[in-house]
Design a protein around this ligand. Structure first.
Ligand code: GDP
Ligand code: MG
Length: 710
């Protein structure tokens, strides 16, 4: 572009027969020259127009359906569009055949060049009864859009005005990203990481486009500057994708692009009744699942069923695993001689690790449902379903997907916010993500739910998830009203086609999560259990300010031999054990921090459990496992942790404890990822402080309301 001379080169790109040449003639009149593109016999027509002090030089390109297939004409058009010559792409689309025409549009968006859109054949579209929200389309496609009817010349003047205005403003664009299947996104990110690093957003887009084209298998002819190593990585990524999906990357790219188009059209186009016969199965499913009134309730019903099933189905294998660990405990007791090692195993490691291990089935079930949602295409639809509600809190529907992913794990969910273009929205979505109850919190809920609310455990768990969502949304509203003002602009929410999830991919996902969980048990949870055991077992010798022997003698003086006497002795011994525990390292620490939790009704053991849960939330359970196991070895019948807990607090306190666990401090890994993604300590610190305060208040309210109810 020559700003001084106010000259622009504008390339007309579009499918064959969308009316490019007719429009070109309208725009340029008789001022045309016909030549050839260099080196090939593809004709190139150029024409000039002067408008409002600007000179527009239009170039009519051969009609192309996409930038990926490679007929000679398509290659010429593709290379011309990728060259530095055009300043602007005028994307001509047939308004009566948007779905097909927009495929090229999506690729032009990805290529990142500024575009202006012409919806030609406006007359035909009108006759077909198609209503198009031009403003909505223009916002989502990130460029001015104008209706024309090239045959009559209607709209051509308005188009020239729009071009002049856009040039005058210097082509303001915010950038739009087309989002693909998770595996493809990962592959693209890995390839982008190979490109020379840069903080420039423009470079970032170029690298993404390069990676996507590579994955599409299009590096060969236009990859002059790319290294052999890069090509090799591309080849590997393509192979990996083919293995993961059983189909080539091209297929995933096409599915993603049609998903973009479907989402765009659903929001901006009302089809007349005439086309009703052509609906696909996906259209029909969308008609039901994205229903304006019923879609959202159905989504919540599904979520409710998911948590209920996670709880009830997971209970069967859970009991077996629980039994296994108790049996192991007994074996250790029987085989090993009395020693610190035996204690460490029987009272530290087994109850600690075992306390968490029992939830493996529940967690696998949760991920079963999540991967079914994801693979079927339903997950992407939740952005649509929740869009209106999300706008009410100042966010966009697309922010909902990272939130939903947070039910699995907040770490990848926070990374998934990278798909959000608006930095403020992205930050808000990151900060509210820890309130979405991740799978690490599930063991706490299932343990307490089962112990205190055996009849309604599923419902109780669901209520906590809902509470998490409400706090997240409330926080978003607060942040958007205070620190991060600004309306979120409309973006396209991709609607990929519905597909049957494959057993292979679902099983793989569950397996990955199971391995992750087992690793966590062998790592941080094991270490935590050992540490907690030591801290609660040492120092060995502690002095009490009362004498147990005397107490026993006193209490049993007038009792005859028998059950009653036995019970009295046991009671005093339990009191002794408890008093000793309080004198040990952990007990002292617990009593130091306990005043903070006193108003919430938590004792020092609960306080310690919460403290250790900072590392990873499963550790709350393993800590409780160790603390409630210790000192009770003499019990003849081995009670489960569930039974022991049930006698240690009231149901109301238990609920408050779950509420606190849900909301307080994200785990270390989450804090680390917030720090990495926001590049600083400010937001992770905010997240910790805010979470603690909210958790305390919410638990206090739960305690108060519960107390009032019962
Ligand atoms: P190209 O292949 O994109 O260059 O398309 P052409 O300009 O050759 O147009 C293809 C056909 O569509 C021609 O018969 C045009 O007369 C017709 N056409 C072009 N624009 C319009 C329009 O806005 N409305 C209608 N009804 N027909 C149009
Ligand atoms: Mg033509």
């Amino acid at each position: 572009m020559d700003r001084e001379k106010r000259e622009l080169v504008i390339a007309l790109a579009g499918n064959p027969n969308c009316g490019k040449t007719a429009l070109f003639n309208r725009l340029t009149g008789a001022r045309q020259r016909v030549g050839n593109f260099s080196g090939v016999t593809v004709s190139r027509k150029v024409g000039e127009t002067h408008h409002k002090g600007w000179t527009f030089r239009f170039v009519d390109l051969p009609g192309i359906y996409s930038l990926s297939t490679l007929t000679m004409e398509e290659r010429v058009a593709r290379e011309y569009l990728a060259s530095r010559e055009p300043d602007l792409i005028l994307n001509v689309v047939d308004a009566g055949n948007l779905e097909r025409n927009l495929f090229l549009t999506v690729q032009l968006i990805e290529s990142g060049r500024p575009r202006v859109y012409v919806l030609n054949m406006a007359d035909e579209a009108r006759n077909k009864g198609i209503e198009i929200d031009l403003e909505g389309l223009s916002q989502r496609l990130d460029g001015p859009a104008v209706f024309t009817t090239a045959r009559t010349g209607a709209g051509v003047e308005a188009l020239l005005d729009a071009l002049a205005a856009d040039a005058e403003a210097g082509f303001p664009r915010r950038g739009v990203t087309v989002h693909y299947d998770g595996h493809l996104e990962e592959a693209a990110r890995r390839l982008m990481a190979l490109a020379p690093s840069s903080t420039d957003a423009v470079d970032e887009k170029v690298h993404r486009w390069q990676a996507i084209q590579g994955l599409e298998g299009l590096t060969e002819e236009s990859s002059g500057g790319l290294s052999e190593a890069w090509r090799e990585s591309v080849r590997r990524e393509r192979e990996r994708l083919a293995k993961q999906h059983g189909e080539g990357a091209e297929f995933l790219l096409a599915a993603g692009r049609y998903g973009f188009i479907r989402g765009l059209l659903r929001e901006t186009v009302r089809q007349g009744a005439t086309k009703a016969s052509l609906v696909t199965l996906t259209d029909r499913l969308d008609g039901a699942l994205l229903h304006r009134v019923l879609g959202l309730p159905f989504f919540f019903l599904l979520m409710g069923l998911m948590f209920q099933a996670t709880f009830t189905l997971g209970a069967y294998p859970t009991d077996a695993i629980d039994g296994l660990f108790q049996w192991l405990g007994q074996q250790v007791g029987a085989i090993l001689p009395e020693s610190p090692l035996r204690e460490l195993l029987a009272e530290g490691i087994l109850p600690g690790v075992g306390g968490v291990a029992v939830f493996l089935p529940n967690i696998m079930l949760l991920f079963l449902f999540i991967s079914l949602f994801e693979d079927s295409g339903y997950m992407a639809r939740t952005a649509f379903l929740t869009d209106r509600a999300m706008h009410a809190i100042g966010l966009h529907g697309r922010a909902f997907i990272p939130l939903l992913m947070g039910f699995g794990c907040n770490v990848p969910a926070i990374m998934a916010t990278r798909s959000m273009e608006h930095p403020k929205d992205r930050l808000v979505t990151m900060l509210i993500n820890p309130f979405m109850s991740c799978s690490a919190r599930l063991p706490i809920f299932i343990l307490f739910g089962g112990a205190f609310f055996p009849e309604q455990a599923g419902l109780v768990v669901f209520s906590l998830y809902l509470l998490g969502i409400l706090v997240a949304l409330g926080t978003a509203l607060l942040l958007k009203k205070t620190l991060f003002r600004g309306l979120s602009e409309p973006f396209v929410m991709e609607l990929p086609p519905y597909r049957w999830p494959t057993i292979r991919s679902v099983a793989l996902h569950m397996w990955e999560k199971a391995v992750e969980f087992l690793k966590k048990m062998g790592g941080v949870i094991l270490a935590g259990s050992v540490a907690i055991w030591f801290l609660q077992a040492y120092p060995r010798e502690v002095t009490l300010d009362w004498n147990p022997e005397e107490k026993i003698a006193e209490a049993t003086a007038h009792l005859p031999e028998g059950d009653e006497r036995q019970a009295a002795i046991q009671e005093i011994e339990a009191a002794k054990a408890a008093a000793e525990q309080e004198q040990r390292f952990l007990g002292r620490l617990g009593r130091t921090i306990q005043p903070v939790f006193e108003p919430l009704g938590f004792d020092w053991k609960d306080s310690i459990a919460l403290l250790t849960g900072f590392v990873a939330k499963e550790v709350v359970v393993s800590t409780l496992g160790v603390l409630h196991r210790a000192g009770k070895e003499s019990d003849a019948e081995s009670q489960s942790l569930r039974e022991r807990l049930a006698s240690s607090m009231s149901p109301v306190t238990a609920y408050a404890f779950m509420v606190f666990s849900l909301l307080y401090i994200p785990c270390l890994a989450t804090i680390a990822v917030i720090r990495r993604e926001t590049m600083g300590w400010r937001w992770p610190v905010f997240s910790v402080a805010y979470g603690l305060i909210i958790a305390w208040i919410a638990a206090w309210v739960a305690q108060a309301v519960g107390g009032w109810l019962t």
